[in-house]
Write a protein that binds this ligand. Structure first.
Ligand code: SF4
Length: 277
């Protein structure tokens, strides 16, 4: 695990926005508190989960730590090395994918995403680390458990309670904001990814997505009423517990929210939707 030996090493990982969401007056103050052991890296909701995973929560002596981009890159590299040890044709069916033309292909939010035996990735659309890491984790660590039909809120997933604040902040809140601002646009965005409409309680809209073949999520949104604020919750099929780790589930949710935000901005400037993952 890379090591952090000074507050400056910690500060280098942060986004320098001084947004105060960690309840500290600045990123520098937060870095100092982490260095003293009074805060954890995960107390910063803007820090990438993969960076947290790379560093853990402790501060130790050592060489200059890599930047957050380097940490994610190193993690992707280690997952690709794990892929090389896996018999992809043998696990294709278990993962809900297909092995053809010398590569394993999985559907990620309905888009084809392929992995070659040497760990090389290719996709029909542009991809980002927020999707590469979960896909590689699904292949290397997932149990391939079938979809159960039982839905759980994020906090009830394994280790979900520890990550639920981050997930609420980085996924559910931004998506709710988009829906609050422009409900019709939000519905259009859900349609871009072929969400399957479902009846869920009294939600105004509920759609199921397969973020991976055996990782299903249900996005539910309730519009504001006279005495109630609007609300948005995301539920997970219970199989997600065994098919993906909590960091990857959180990253997929955060990435999805970022992508929706980008598409909403494009819409507001009259640009066509150009989907990337
Ligand atoms: S929440 Fe993160 S980005 Fe915001 S001030 Fe704290 S450390 Fe900086």
């Amino acid at each position: 695990m890379p090591q952090l030996k000074s507050p400056m090493d910690i500060l280098r990982l942060l986004d320098h926005s001084n947004c105060r969401q960690c309840n500290e007056p600045s990123c520098m103050a937060f870095a100092a508190q982490v260095f003293k052991g009074k805060k954890k890296l995960s107390d910063c909701p803007k820090l990438d989960p993969y960076v947290i995973e790379q560093y853990g929560e402790g501060v130790e002596s050592g060489d200059r730590p890599p930047t957050s981009e380097e940490a994610v890159e190193a993690y992707v590299k280690s997952l690709k090395q794990e892929v090389r040890k896996i018999d992809l044709p043998a696990v294709a069916e278990k993962l809900g994918g297909v092995y053809q033309y010398g590569r394993l292909t999985l559907k990620v939010l309905g888009k084809a995403f392929s992995v070659y035996p040497d760990g090389t990735l290719s996709a029909e659309i542009h991809t980002n680390p927020w999707v590469s890491v979960p896909v590689l984790t699904y292949i290397t660590k997932g149990a391939g458990r079938n979809i159960t039909g039982k839905w759980l809120p994020f906090r009830e997933l394994k280790q979900g309670s520890a990550w639920s604040g981050l997930f609420r902040q980085r996924c559910e809140k931004p998506l709710k904001q988009i829906a609050d601002n422009d409900y019709d646009l939000f519905v259009d965005l859900l349609d871009v990814f072929n969400g399957r409409p479902v009846e869920h309680l009294d939600a105004d809209i509920a759609r199921v997505f397969y973020v991976l073949p055996k990782v299903a999520i249900m996005v539910c949104y309730w519009r504001a009423e006279v005495d109630f604020d609007s609300n948005l919750n995301i539920f997970f099929d219970e199989a997600a517990n065994d098919n993906l780790d909590i960091a990857s589930i959180n990253a997929l949710g955060s990435g999805l929210a970022r992508m929706f935000e980008k598409l909403a901005v494009k819409h507001s400037t009259g640009q066509p939707f150009a989907v990337s993952l």
